[in-house]
Ligand binder design. Structure first.
Ligand SMILES: *Cc1c(COP(=O)(O)O)cnc(C)c1O
Length: 350
């Protein structure tokens, strides 16, 4: 097999969902954010596993993402769309029974006129200035909107991955102010907010990245393992270079394994030279030289034999380790894991 193998542990995902669910009382619903193909891991198997574990409500970014999710989950799951009701989405929303989180007066008008009586939610901007209605807009349409009975009123935190950040309390206060007396279900928290504690739970939390083993959910079970095939092994003398730009020079006689994956597969070029290794079992073998589009070179001098494959992601080196080395976040690493990998799903008993 010449392409990498991405193994996705569905039990780890449901274990993470249960662990986040356990942080709030049973009166708080724990939904699941599965936008961007479940952060690149595959929306159908991931959503089905979460539904089997008890998740009833799912969030996606755009109405287009709803087709695969509705097909995977059947008619009973509730599917909210963060992007709301965009022009051109009316048929998709109506046919698939999606619930748009209306973000503006324009979207409200569109929804109430084109799909009267069909369910919707409302997204408020409590300070992030990205998506949702601002206080003045909301004040203008609040009464009309509440007469239509939104299923959920939500907002989103900008700094929830920094528990001490004063923005959290500011947004919380704004959200309380904007939702006082509404009497409908409320939600402000993704993974970060869920971890901030009960003040942030309201009626529903909607974690994404924590389900997939990413920060800020430090205690998450490891979800992804990435094993990459070795194409060739060569010997180089001390003083010989490896890869583009001669950026690495052997300081001893070395064995170099060339592995089949590169930045086109989400192995960022920026993580070379930052202490990232590939693993043979528990033995770390450093990546040397530059990461190419389809190839990575690894120093396997200290291994006894020539491995058939090396692991880039495992329980010792996780998605956020790669993200830190590349100067990005786990979210981006996950969603960049490319289409060339064979995705295998395991659900061995936890
Ligand atoms: C992506 C997203 C989430 C989930 O965020 P995580 O940090 O991955 O848990 C929740 N709410 C909104 C509005 C989002 O865009």
């Amino acid at each position: 097999m010449s392409t990498g193998r991405l193994t996705i542990d569905l039990n780890a995902i449901t274990e993470n969902w249960r662990a986040l669910d356990a942080l709030s009382p049973s009166t708080v619903e724990t939904a699941a954010t599965v936008k961007a193909d479940a952060y690149g891991l595959g929306i159908a198997p991931v959503a089905r596993a979460l539904a089997a574990a008890g998740a009833r409500t799912f969030f996606i970014a755009t109405a287009e993402e709803g087709a695969a999710l509705r097909e995977a989950l059947g008619p009973s799951a509730r599917i909210f769309v963060y992007g709301g009701h965009m022009a051109g989405d009316t048929d998709t929303i109506g046919d698939l029974g999606l619930v748009p989180m209306l973000n503006s007066i324009e979207q409200m008008t569109r929804h109430f006129e084109s799909l009267p009586g069909l369910p919707f939610g409302v997204q408020l901007d409590s300070g992030m200035n990205r998506l949702g209605m601002e206080p003045a807009e909301w004040a203008a349409v609040r009464d009309i909107t509440m007469r239509q009975g939104p299923q959920l009123v939500m907002s989103h935190l900008a700094c929830a991955d920094e528990p001490g950040h004063e923005m959290n309390r500011t947004q919380l206060a704004n959200f309380h102010e904007m939702t006082r007396g509404l009497g409908v279900p409320l939600s402000i928290s993704a993974t970060g907010g869920t971890l901030l504690g009960p003040d942030y739970h309201f009626d529903m939390v909607r974690p994404g990245v924590g389900l997939y083993g990413g920060m800020p959910f430090e205690d998450a079970a490891t979800v992804v393992r990435l094993s990459l095939p070795v194409i060739q092994v060569r010997e180089v003398d001390a003083g010989e270079p490896v890869g583009y730009g001669n950026s690495w020079i052997a300081d001893r006689p070395s064995r170099i394994a060339t592995v089949s994956a590169g930045y086109a597969d989400g192995v960022h070029r920026a993580l070379a030279g930052k202490g990232i290794a590939m693993y043979h079992g528990a033995t770390a073998c450093p990546i040397v030289g530059r990461v190419s589009m389809d190839l990575i070179t690894v120093d396997i001098t200290d291994l006894d034999g020539d491995p058939q494959a090396l692991d880039l992601l495992n329980t010792m080196q996780r998605i956020d380790d790669l993200a830190d080395a590349a100067g990005t976040i786990g979210y981006e690493m996950l969603t960049a894991l490319g289409p060339r990998y064979v995705r295998r799903y395991t659900s061995a008993a936890a």
